[in-house]
Each structure stands twice: as C-alpha cells, then as structure tokens.
Ligand binder design. Structure first.
Ligand code: ADP
Ligand code: ZN
Length: 529
C-alpha cells in the first residue's frame, strides 16, 4: 500500500498536508476512530479519502447531499481514483452497476446517502466485502443541536455494532459543545479521538463595539482604516441593505447591494463585479457569501448580529483568505438580540411554567441558546478569539493579541457597587423595563416615562451619578451577558433578575468589568493615533 504522503503528492498533487490532516490520516490508517471538527474549506475530504486509498478495502462515505457526492466522485474520477456514488437519483441499472463494482472490490471509495445505507441489500453487500473505513460527513446532521438535523442519520448508530473493527470517522464544521457530545453519543464515538483544530484565522482582527450611530461609525472605519479596500457589510433585511448601499455611495464609498430579492442575473452581475474589481464594498444579507472565494477581502462588518457563532465564524471568515491582515467589526445593541429573539420565539403563548423559554420547542430553545452564546461573545471581557475558538472546542492557551479586548489597555475594575445599584433599580421598578429607562432612573432624569410611572419616587432614582449613561448601559449589557439579567419571557425587551443577580445584590458574589470610555473620547483617541 502506498503511504499517505505519496498519495497526497501522486494522486492529489499537493506538496504538504494542511493543519491536522497528517495526524488525522495516520490515526485512521492505523485503525483508529476519529471525530474531526474543521471549518468549511479546512480540507476535511482528504482526511478520509487518503485513508480510503491507503487501507485495503473500500471506504464508505455517508453524505447527505447528492450534488456534493457527485462533485466529489467527478473530482476523484478526474484524478484517476476509483470512486462511485449510490443514491436515489440513480437509475436501477446504474445502481446495480455500482453494487457489482462494490462486490468485485474494485472501488476505493463509495459515497452513499444515509437512507440508502439502511436498505438490507446494501448492508448485506457491505457484510461480504472488505471495508477500509466508514466516514460520516456533515455529522452534525445526527444531532438535534445542529442546525440541520436529519432523522435518517440516527440510524447510522448501527454501524458500530454491525461492523466492529472497521474504523469510523465523523466529520463536521459545526461543533459547539452540545453538538459534539451528541455526535459522539449517537454514533458511539465516545472513545474516538477528537481533532478540533483549524477554526482559528489568526490574520483576522476581531472587534466588537456597542452600536452608536452605526452608519457613521462604519463610514469612519472604512475611510480611516480600509480606504479603497474590498469588504462585505452584513445587514439583516433587504431594505436595510438597499438603504445602506445607497447611503455609502452618496458618501463617496463604492458600494453595491446584494440580497435574495434581486433577479438572479442581477445578483450574478454584482457578485462578478465584486470578485473582479478592487475596492468595492458589498452590502448584503446572508444570501451573499456561499462560494465567494475572493482572497483579498480586507474587512467584514456586521451592522446586525448574525444568528449564531457558526454564522459569525463563517461570515467573518470571508475576510483575509490570502493570509494578509484583515478585520472583522461587529456593531451590536442588546435590542438587536431582543429583536432576533422575538423572531425566533414570537409571542405564541409558548412560555412554560419553568421560566423564560421553558415551554418552547427544542428547536427554538437551541436557536435561543446559540444567540445567547453570540451575545456573550459580544459582551465578553476576555480575548474574543479565545471565546470564539472555545465555542468550537478549540483551546487557545494565551490571549491572542489581535482583538479589541487584547488591545484594550484598561484593566477590569471591581464594579460590584455599580452592579448592585443597577440590579436594585431593576427590582425597584418591578422588573418591567429595559436598560434605557433604568439608566434614566439611575441618573435622576425626569423623562415623561419616569414621571408617568412614578419612578422619580423610587429609592434608586438619581443614585447613579458616579458613572455616565454610556457606562451604565455597559453595566447592564455585561450583567445580561453573564446571566444576572434575563430578557423577559414575553420578549418585551424588559430585564428580569436571576439567581446570579441576587448573589450580587446580597454581596455573595463580586462583579468586575472594564468600564468603557465614552464613544466621543474613543473617537478622538483613535484620530490622534
Ligand atoms: P472541507 O470539506 O473541509 O470544506 P475540502 O476538503 O473541500 O474542505 O478542501 C478545501 C480545499 O482545500 C479544496 O480545494 C482542497 O483541494 C484543498 N486542500 C485540501 N487539502 C489540501 C492540501 N493538503 N494542500 C493543498 N490544498 C488542499
Ligand atoms: Zn484577543
């Protein structure tokens, strides 16, 4: 049998392995099971294709998408490898032909759809031939935690029992903690070695800022730091995309709008222009990006938050493919998350007895949890890259030195008293208000709302003079991010106290945070440097 390095060079024409490929491949060639977590484009296919050729027998690759299987088989054919696929799109004669090649042992790799795997005829053939390995691609489909659950994947659990001794691999790009555990449990891969690497994009600098005049902030960022460079700006709605592209153009920034509401020909034309021309800013919904592999995208900005860390990683990952420095900026407001929460969990009376979200469907709870993880990333006091990679199961031992938190010279300070005042104000006003109103009360502002609700008479009215409006806002965001405050179950945007809040209020728990400077000061500090 040829060794993996030879196959890499002679069959695939590559000189060296990428990232953890070599380690994974030698582990599987030696007969080990593996769970491989790697981002899209990380090079997962070779991790099973090379062992398939290096080990005797046929490798069976289970994959959910027929189009994807066809592409892979075509590519392998072109390289002279012996591959085929088996799925419901084949004519009976074609399927018979594939099965007879399988029986004859003349296939190195067989791609099959999971539902095909379960047919008795197919399993019988598999029982008669020599098997090199099983690879379960897009393995997150086995988990309800994944975004793409497919019931037929559950049946793949039988592989472990029916084919003991054949190495098994599960591969996916979606791998938060719960999904990973689910994959391992459902596919009996508890003992498998986990390879979770490759999610880091060290040349991308992450930066997250509270949303404050977002259009002007974006314009200043582009003109100061990325003039004449290509970039992508994500917004949630088609209308916002159109408006922002128009506004940027009026400000002298060459910008295009892209969303699924445009005719396909127009979309293609705009994507083409973005790929070909230099220095264009694409303002887009998430409809833009699949298959966009422009190496010199220098920045990606989110003016609305994406729906999960996976989406954030994928969307920001479109920057800096060439390895040169690139930047990802997210402007967010807690209200954005509240709006997204309402989208996920509209007021349908689904709030169960056991607290916020208790009565919602598992699907909604999962989406809410994913959103909460992202909100935590926005509000973190720790290195952004450590949080981001940690989410994907990858440990970064030291802070990265290439994100806004790492660059921030201010140290966290003890802010327990501020937190107690902030939480006490939530309590005194009946846990029915959002941060903006609560800050008005703390600062002793006689707004019409404050007067209407009689909040100029509560004990926390006007006790917040030691911090600015901006800083109080930050205290509330931080408290929400750490779970001391929860959004109300009905999605009205009011904040309610949790057990953590009571621990802080009763002095059982300290609270530290970095107090942000005012946006004006930050702006002038920036322009002096
Ligand atoms: P994934 O399945 O993880 O999304 P792929 O397996 O499709 O990624 O690989 C992404 C790209 O990287 C492909 O174009 C592939 O040819 C290329 N690639 C993979 N491994 C190597 C390597 N060792 N050297 C060079 N290119 C590689
Ligand atoms: Zn960092």
């Amino acid at each position: 049998m040829p060794n993996p390095r030879q196959i890499l060079k002679e069959v695939f024409g590559h000189d060296r392995f990428l990232g953890p490929q070599e380690e994974i491949i030698s582990h599987v060639v030696a007969g080990g099971d593996a769970l491989v977590l790697m981002p899209t484009g990380g090079g997962k296919s070779l991790c099973y294709q090379i062992p398939a050729m290096a080990r005797p027998g046929t490798a069976v690759v289970l994959s959910p998408l027929i189009a994807l299987m066809r592409d892979q088989v075509r590519a392998l054919d072109a390289l002279g490898a012996r591959a085929a696929c088996l799925h419901s799109g084949l004519a009976p004669a074609e399927a018979r032909d594939v099965l007879s090649r399988l029986r004859a042992g003349t296939l190195d790799i067989l791609y099959a759809a999971p539902e095909r795997f379960m047919t008795p005829g197919f399993q019988q053939v598999l029982g008669e031939i020599r098997l090199a390995l099983f690879a379960i691609d897009e393995a997150h489909c086995v988990s309800q935690w994944g975004h793409d659950f497919r019931p037929e994947y559950l049946q793949l659990a039988v592989i472990a029992e029916r084919f003991p001794g054949v190495p098994r691999m599960a591969l996916t790009a979606t791998a938060d903690g719960p999904t990973r555990k689910d994959i391992q449990a459902r596919l009996h891969l508890e003992e498998a070695r986990v390879f979770a690497t490759g999610f880091d994009r060290p040349n991308i600098r992450y930066r997250v800022e509270p949303k404050d005049h977002p259009r002007r902030r974006l314009l200043r960022w582009i003109t100061d730091e990325h003039p004449g460079q290509s970039g992508i700006v994500y917004r949630l709605s088609r209308k916002k995309v159109e408006d922002l592209a128009e506004w940027l153009t009026a400000q002298g920034v060459a910008a295009l709008a892209y969303h699924a509401g445009l005719p396909p020909a127009e979309r293609d034309r705009r994507q083409d222009r973005f790929m070909r021309e230099e220095g264009l800013v694409m303002v887009a919904t998430v409809a833009f990006g699949m298959g966009v592999d422009k190496p010199d995208v220098r920045f990606v900005a989110h003016l609305d938050p994406p729906k999960s860390m996976e989406a954030y990683h994928q969307e920001t990952g479109r920057a800096g493919r060439d390895g040169a420095p690139a930047e990802a900026l997210m402007l967010y407001a807690p209200a954005d998350f509240a709006a997204l929460r309402r989208l996920i969990a509209p007021q349908d009376g689904g709030d169960g007895p056991d607290g916020p979200g208790g009565g919602e469907s598992p699907r909604k709870r999962i989406e809410l949890a994913k959103l909460t993880a992202l909100a935590g990333y926005c509000e973190t006091d720790a290195c952004r890259r450590q949080i981001l990679l940690g989410y994907f199961g990858q440990d970064l031992p030291e802070p990265c030195g290439n994100c806004d938190v790492c660059d921030d010279p201010t140290e966290p300070v003890d802010a327990t008293v501020l937190a107690q005042k902030a939480l006490s104000c939530v309590f005194r006003t009946g846990q029915r208000f959002g941060a903006r109103h609560l800050v008005d009360v703390l600062l002793g502002k006689n707004t019409t709302r404050v007067v209407r609700f009689g909040h100029d008479a509560v004990s926390t009215f006007g006790i917040g003079g030691e911090a600015s409006e901006w800083q109080w806002q930050a205290v509330y965001r931080r408290l929400a991010a750490m779970g001391a405050l929860a959004p109300d179950a009905a999605g009205h945007g009011s904040l309610v106290l949790t057990d953590t809040a009571w621990d802080i209020l009763k002095g059982r728990r300290r609270f530290a945070m970095r107090l942000p400077a005012e946006p004006e000061r930050r702006a002038s500090r920036k322009s002096r440097t």
